[in-house]
Ligand binder design. Sequence first.
Ligand SMILES: [Fe+2]
Length: 516
Amino acid sequence: MPGAVSRDRRHFLTASAAVLGAAASAQLWLPGTARAAETPLPDGVFSLGVASGDPLPDAVVLWTRLAPDPLNGGGMPDRVVPVEWEIAEDARFGKPVRRGTAQARPEYGHSVHVDVRGLRPDRVYWYRFRVDGQLSRTGRTRTAPPPSRAGGSLRVALASCQNWQNGYFTPYADMLGQDPDVVLFVGDYIYESSPSATAVRRHEGTGEPYTLVQYRNRYAQYRSDPHLAAMHANAPWVVTFDDHEVDNDFAGEIPQDPDKQSHDAFTARLTAAYQAYYEHMPVRAAAIPDGPHIRMYRRLDFGRLARLNVLDTRQFRSDQATGQDGAQDPSLTMLGAAQKDWLLHGLRHSPTRWNLIASQIMMAETDLKVGEGKLWYYDAWDGYQAERNALMGEFAGIRNPVVLSGDRHLTMISDLKADFADPDSDTVGAEFVGTSISSGGDQDQSAFHKEWDARMPDNPHWKFIDAHRGYHLFDIRRDGIDAQVRVAETVLSPDASSSALARLRVEAGEPGVRLV
Ligand SMILES: [Fe+2]
């Protein structure tokens, strides 16, 4: 049973933390303290950088993966390698607070996930790794506020959709300067598409990834973008995946093209894709995959200010509808029964002022048909309307729900309606669809507005739409959320500047969003 193995591995991977004694602090990392007896490792084991994620008031996950030959499977010897880690209150490691040794195991691509506990709430920390005399870059992270704190502020950056072949990850340079407390990434971290000779920069490999090594190489290539690597090293991330981490538009164990990928072949692909996803993301051991299954839905609280419910809208969904009637079929589910119960419980019993829901895909209606009648995207929540509409009913009874989404490669900022068929129905929340980091590349803005502005009268809940590349930035306080749509001039240059294209506000106690 894979489950039994996973439990053992979970135990193993979480059992490596050590508390620093006061006397140990001056003696840290003397030369050769943990040098392996085997032949030395190749140079450049920390080519993929460092990352942190899923901050709690007393804990954060620290990540790295040893890969001296990142685009060719990693290049590590086939043995377990001990990796030293330390975390400190200052960037020069003069005030270390914890250290330990984690095991980089070949069956996990020599990735390291350290779930450091015993930290202080709402604090910035610095961390680094060392192995065989090689030192990683220094990462910076921060813990969540204490559970009792009602006030304060939280700065969240919302990102999604970074297609390597469509452009540089330029918007992260601006995000770095904005210094968010946490980065929320809602899917399409990699794209599984084949290399294109005409791309701005070309995918590695010779085709789509199917095997574990192929997915590892793809993640490694993405991590080589210096802006992405710097952003990972500067703030904790909270991540979830969408379809392109596996296969375009897949649903559960059903691929995009079931006639071309058998069920067995696709579950093998899911197994490889989820494994590589876990190996490259700063997530807890709860996310260690069990074959073709991975647990990604989870929630994180930031004091009594904000609860973040992170959804998985891929793994448990029914297959997509193929027509307007199907989209309204009440038997279709987006979340699956267990996740839906979990979400509703978390919303109804939330202790926080704001209830954020990270959904990979857009929740508000998109009526594509100008004039009479409707036409929806069936891969988004519009294709699962009965469940979406029931959720809108729930939103009416909870405190300040705000949905943060991706997938669309557009900025779409909307009121959420009790009944999208009735524009006069109550507004029950707000949604931000956070454009894309690079996917879609630079757009012809006037062509976009010509096509999409015509749809505005059919979608009166849309408050702002745009087709620049970038991300959204939120300053969350008790009285309201101030949001910025921050966009890059171009993603054809890694050095282009970014600016605030629009500013919006969500007022606490007043569902909906407005331009300011
Ligand atoms: Fe995407």
